[in-house]
Design a protein around this ligand. Structure first.
Ligand SMILES: Nc1nc2c(ncn2[C@@H]2O[C@H](COP(=O)(O)OP(=O)(O)O)[C@@H](O)[C@H]2O)c(=O)[nH]1
Ligand SMILES: [Mg+2]
Length: 451
């Protein structure tokens, strides 16, 4: 029987309620001894005093017992809802440790759920994603992974691999030289097809950081174009300092916004111009660096003024695929947006006025359009894979391609079969059909304690 572990599952600090969670074979006995309410009824919340080993009452709480295997971990579990006082929590945990419970490691509850076949490894990773998701798209992707979509796709790859292995095994009993290589074409065709399907899933890994950590959107343009004003408009609050003096923004201001249900990191940068000196020049160099690394650039132009002289480097960084041109100060009497629409005719241009708060929703819509038409984000129902998954998928793909190569060269079938077994092992790392403890440690170390 595994040890019984305990941990605080809610954040540390003062709160309305704190939840202490236990899993393991001792939960039933502990519930009876601590609460003295007789055998606990599964899934029924019961109000009781928490009685410490020494006999004193630690808190008036609510406990719920879950009977194995119908619990999160698949073991007996006990949840104790306490008053959210860090001192009470400490006393309760110390009492539980005195009674023989061990302190849970990060992610140990979920690790046990995985080991008890409550979920595969990709679903366990989905739990961590669900907790950290901060946008609708990120949440949807996490839910999908938790529901087993990635595991299901990988299992289908495994089925195809086993079909290919069966074809190869059929050859093992025959001396290879007796069979013409064409006969084996079925194997190489199927292996190539599967390798291509695996590759398309690997390709989705480039989107994963965008969905979970957010797109990087940079506001760029000449000094005084209204970049800081635009930042404030998009945030809906006065965050950046707006001033008529050029060169006010020298540092980068970073804030989160939501665009198309996806988190975005919006950055206001120093104004771009030639012939700047010292600190300003350093700010401009950094701004260019930010633009070169961004997913979307909002090039802000003051249409009431003459075209600015921007450093020439910017023109190799902005393209109609990654840039929306915000034609600002359309309210000004001298505004001439048409002139700039002609200059930037290949780009999506939006007329705005930060002063009159006009055109900001159109600008948001233009950003969404850019995201969609240039596939900056994946479609909403794509399965996303992490770097860890992509590594295993790549390993599987390489083994498959090696198998194809050997088949074409009529190398003995035993060696082809061995490549296919390796491919299967690599796929197994994703769902956890592997005895590699290091992989499990890596996955669960990223969890918080109590999950
Ligand atoms: N008329 C007008 N003035 C604006 C508009 N947006 C910003 N400004 C003014 O332009 C100046 C520079 O704005 P700021 O946002 O600091 O520009 P930045 O240097 O690009 O960050 C300030 O005096 C703003 O009040 C606008 O839409 N219309
Ligand atoms: Mg500024």
């Amino acid at each position: 029987m595994s040890s019984t572990i305990a941990a605080l599952s809610t954040p540390n600090g003062e709160s309305a309620i704190a939840l202490v969670r236990l899993t393991g074979g001792e939960c039933r006995r502990l519930a009876e001894e601590i609460f003295k309410k007789g055998p606990p009824i599964p899934r029924k919340s019961t109000r009781a005093d928490y009685l410490a080993l020494e006999g004193e009452t630690l808190d008036d709480c609510l406990f719920t017992f879950f009977k194995a295997p119908a619990s999160y971990t698949g073991e007996d579990m006990l949840e104790i809802a306490l008053h959210g006082n860090p001192f009470i929590i400490q006393c309760v945990l110390e009492d539980l440790f005195k009674r023989g419970c061990l302190a849970a490691e990060p992610g140990e509850f979920t690790r046990r759920a995985f080991l008890n076949d409550k979920m595969d490894l990709s679903q366990a990773e989905g739990v961590a994603l669900l907790i950290s998701a901060r946008s609708q798209r990120s949440l949807n992707a996490a839910r999908k992974q938790l529901a087993g979509a990635l595991g299901e796709r990988v299992r289908r790859f495994c089925d195809s691999l086993m079909d290919i292995s069966a074809l190869v095994e059929a050859y093992i009993d025959f001396p290879d030289e007796d069979l013409p290589p064409e006969d084996k074409s079925e194997i190489s065709v199927a292996a190539d097809k599967l390798a291509a399907e695996i590759q398309s899933l690997i390709d989705s890994s480039k989107y994963t950081p965008l969905i979970h950590q957010g797109l990087n959107i940079v506001i760029a343009g000449a000094p005084n174009a209204g970049k800081s004003s635009l930042m404030n408009e998009l945030l809906g609050q006065n965050r950046a300092i707006v001033s008529p003096h050029a060169g006010t923004t020298r540092d980068f201001i970073n804030e989160k916004i939501i665009i198309d249900g996806c988190a975005a990191n919006l950055t206001d940068t120093a104004g771009l111009r030639n012939s700047a000196e010292d600190i300003e020049a350093a700010g401009i160099a950094k701004a260019l660096e930010k633009i070169s690394a961004c997913d979307i650039c909002l090039l802000t132009i003051d249409v009431s003024d003459e075209p600015p002289e921007l450093p020439k480097e910017i023109y190799s960084l902005i393209t109609p695929q990654n840039t929306v041109v915000a034609l600002n100060k359309c309210d000004a009497p001298s505004a001439n947006a048409d002139k700039y629409k002609e200059i930037y005719k290949k780009f999506i241009c939006v007329e705005i006025s930060c002063m009159d708060h006009r055109g900001i929703n159109l600008l948001r819509a233009a950003i969404s359009q850019l995201i969609k038409s240039n596939s900056i984000l994946p479609s909403a129902d794509d399965i996303l894979v992490s770097t860890r998954h992509a590594q295993s998928l790549s390993k599987a793909k390489e083994c498959l391609l090696a198998a194809t190569d050997k088949t074409i060269k009529n190398v003995p079938s035993e060696l082809v079969a061995s490549d296919l077994r390796e491919a299967l092992n690599a796929l197994g790392e994703i769902t956890g059909k592997t005895d590699n403890e290091q992989i499990l440690d890596r996955v669960f170390s990223k969890f918080c304690i109590g999950k």
